[in-house]
Design a protein around this ligand. Structure first.
Ligand SMILES: [Mg+2]
Length: 147
């Protein structure tokens, strides 16, 4: 499966608060953003099972910076979709969806936004919504992958 993760408030704390992975000197030097505790273990597990890990964010973070950040954590990403790429691929439909994973052959998208689950039901794509207080969030994702 191709699995995508949202960044803000799913993997990277913005408005919400959750524990993050410890950072090394290189990450501090590069100004890499902290990511949610458990992300690396989860992504490595999923990759070892043959899944492709992607980032799908509505932010304009540069693709290279996102790839570099995850690389410093030891994760090579399959694909990175930011708002520019979303706009470029979806063209005139870009404002019709906040995210549209099927346009990138993504089978499952992990996000914090309940609104996206509604879009998923309406437009027929699979989402897993993670609450900020879900300490078993890795299990929630794994169960959705296994379904
Ligand atoms: Mg979000």
């Amino acid at each position: 499966m191709k699995i995508s993760f949202d960044l803000d408030d799913t993997l990277i704390p913005a408005q919400k608060h959750f524990a993050t992975e410890p950072m090394n000197w290189l990450q501090r030097l590069l100004g890499v953003e902290p990511i949610r505790l458990g992300t690396i273990e989860l992504m490595k597990q999923l990759k070892s099972e043959g899944h492709g890990i992607c980032i799908y964010t509505t932010s304009f973070r540069i693709e290279f910076s996102i790839r570099l950040a995850f690389w410093t954590y030891g994760v090579v990403l399959r694909e990175v979709i930011n708002q520019s790429k979303h706009d470029r691929i979806l063209k005139e439909k870009r404002n019709f969806y906040s995210k549209f994973p099927p346009a990138f052959d993504i089978d499952l998208h992990v996000d914090d936004s309940p609104g996206l689950a509604i879009e998923g039901r309406r437009f027929n794509f699979r989402t897993v919504i993670i609450e900020d207080d879900n300490i078993d969030w890795m299990l929630t994702v794994r169960q959705a992958v296994q379904k």
